[in-house]
Design a protein around this ligand. Structure first.
Ligand code: UAG
Length: 492
């Protein structure tokens, strides 16, 4: 593609050299991956300044550079005000606006994003649609899975992936949209068809200055909904009416809003909700139809997740009987309320809950059906929102008979310092501190007796621990299974 052609995507730029005859083979934001003929875009990151790598990009064959400030290279440099925004616009143009050729459902909110995208995938697959999925666990193109570094990847990776999905004739993509991604413009220029809001509670205050800023970031998904008007692709905002923050999100969009909820008079409701140890059941009532759902998914939070997915699917025109079939056959998502069951007489559940609100939801659900004691193993991440630490500890001791506080990705922080922050204000004696996560899980499983439940919270599907800046293999499910084998075999 001619450089001048791709630069049409930018509103304003200034070139340092004649660029008429320059052609571009690809786009790259990492100098280490630059190939002959690439356009290298310098991004000032949180760790390093990409402008420092312009020379390396030139040496590797870059044809031109996009930068915010002068860089010392002999190839043409295109100066722009904001390279992060520029890369989103350029990638959209380079890959020929792939989101306009796909149906894209973006899901945002503190909790439930992953589960809602997987429920949507189940519903659309039931309708025999070709699906794509982008989120915390992985990226999927139909049944092919790919590793991802971020919940919502950078705009270049994203647009490239969307184009691959177009080439594979994928019909609908379900995408978790994090507040970081919205704030950093990773989804700038994406043509979302449906934006879903699940809920908002305290998280990520290491990144966002306040809850107001966090909510504002979420609202960007709704304000950019329908920026590209296409009468064949109507847009919808789908929001949880029971969450008070939805009012602000409704105000942010000019598109039709569909509300869902259990408590409030919403457009789509779950009525007569029943929860027990086998799952949940409710009457799903839409504008003009109703259907009874019996699901294996447990807890009130799962009913909200099902409502969110059902509401988005209804907006996309999926029939209610298909939604029912899909919801009733879904057994769950990796690392989300996932049982580790080797036939032992007590329950072990691994869950991703890593916010005070989600921990309370999961523990409340367990409390509602447990016959005896509840043990919880939980920690808090290092280099992240410190104000969350005492709240996580409070939630744990409020519901558990014994909370064992332990490490959860301490990153560059001292694990014991994180644990001290967690327990500093705790009263009572229903907690222990065991810094080593394996020992903490072993101890909870050693203590468990018939009909007790052990909840191992925080890491869910993750298969590593970040300690001292290094990645160590660690999977709560494997550690728990080994502990069950060891303790249970001893007794039998
Ligand atoms: C704080 C943050 O968002 N950081 C993201 C950012 O990294 P960074 O700013 O540190 O990048 P950097 O290392 O400074 O590099 C700057 C530029 O120089 C370039 N570079 C660098 C080195 C080199 O030799 N050559 C070179 O060209 C890099 O390619 C980059 O373009 O850009 C990277 C590439 O896109 C992201 O992977 C990285 O996410 C990190 C891993 C992260 O942890 N982000 C979290 C906060 C995040 O975004 N989380 C949300 C989910 C939240 C949730 O709901 O739980 C998410 O969407 O993942």
């Amino acid at each position: 593609m001619k450089l001048t052609e791709i630069l049409d995507a930018l509103h304003f730029y200034r070139e340092t050299k004649e660029i008429e005859n320059v052609t571009i083979k690809g786009l790259e934001i990492d100098s280490r991956n630059v190939e002959q003929g690439d356009l290298f875009i310098c991004i000032e990151g949180f760790t390093v300044d990409g402008h420092l790598y312009a020379r390396q990009a030139e040496e590797q064959g870059a044809a031109a550079v996009i930068a915010e400030k002068p860089v010392d290279v002999s190839i043409p440099v295109i100066l722009v005000n904001d390279t992060t925004k520029a890369v989103a616009l350029l990638a959209n143009k380079f890959y020929d606006y792939p989101t306009e050729k796909l149906n894209v459902i973006g899901v945002t909110g503190t909790n439930g994003k992953t589960s809602v995208t997987y429920l949507l995938e189940a519903i659309f697959k039931e309708q025999r649609k070709k699906t794509g999925l982008i989120g915390t666990i992985q990226m999927k193109m139909e049944d092919d899975c790919f590793d991802v570094k971020n919940t919502t990847p950078d705009s270049l990776f994203l647009q490239r992936s969307f184009q691959q999905m177009v080439n594979r004739k994928i019909d609908t993509v379900f995408m978790e949209v994090s507040s970081h991604a919205l704030d950093l413009g990773r989804v700038y220029g994406c043509d979302f068809d449906i934006a879903v809001f699940t809920n908002l509670s305290q998280d990520h205050l290491d990144y966002h200055a306040s809850m107001g800023d966090y909510l504002h970031a979420k609202s960007l998904l709704f304000s950019q909904l329908g920026n590209r008007y296409d009468e064949k692709k109507p847009k919808f905002a789908v929001v949880n009416k029971d969450d008070p923050h939805s009012k602000m999100l409704i105000k942010s969009t000019s598109q039709p809003v569909i509300t869902y909820g259990i408590e409030q008079q919403a457009d789509i409701r779950a009525i007569d909700v029943k929860l027990d140890a086998n799952g949940s059941s409710f009457l799903l009532k839409t504008f003009n139809e109703e259907v009874h759902i019996t699901s294996k998914l447990m807890g009130n939070f799962s009913v909200y997740n099902m409502l969110a997915a059902a509401s988005a699917a209804i907006c996309a025109g999926i029939p209610l009987h298909t939604i029912k079939r899909a919801l009733e056959s879904t057994t769950g998502v990796s690392g989300r309320f996932e049982p580790v069951n080797l036939g032992q007489p007590f329950g072990v559940i691994v869950d991703y809950a890593h916010t005070p609100d989600s921990l309370e939801n999961v523990l409340e659900t367990i409390r509602s059906f447990v016959k005896r004691k509840v043990y919880v193993v939980v920690g808090c991440g290092g280099d992240r929102d410190k104000s969350k630490r005492p709240l996580m500890a409070d939630a744990a001791v409020k519901y558990a008979d014994l909370a064992i506080f332990t490490s959860d990705n301490p990153r560059t922080e001292e694990p014991q310092a994180i644990l001290n922050d967690m327990v500093a204000g705790l009263q009572g004696n229903n907690f222990q501190v065991i810094e080593n996560r394996k020992q903490a899980i072993d101890e909870a499983i050693r203590l468990a007796e018939e009909d007790d439940i052990v909840l191992i919270a925080g890491k869910g599907h993750e298969t590593y621990q970040l300690i001292n800046g290094e990645v160590h293999d660690f999977d709560d499910r494997i550690v728990a299974a080994n502990a069950i084998k060891f303790n249970w075999n001893k007794e039998n």
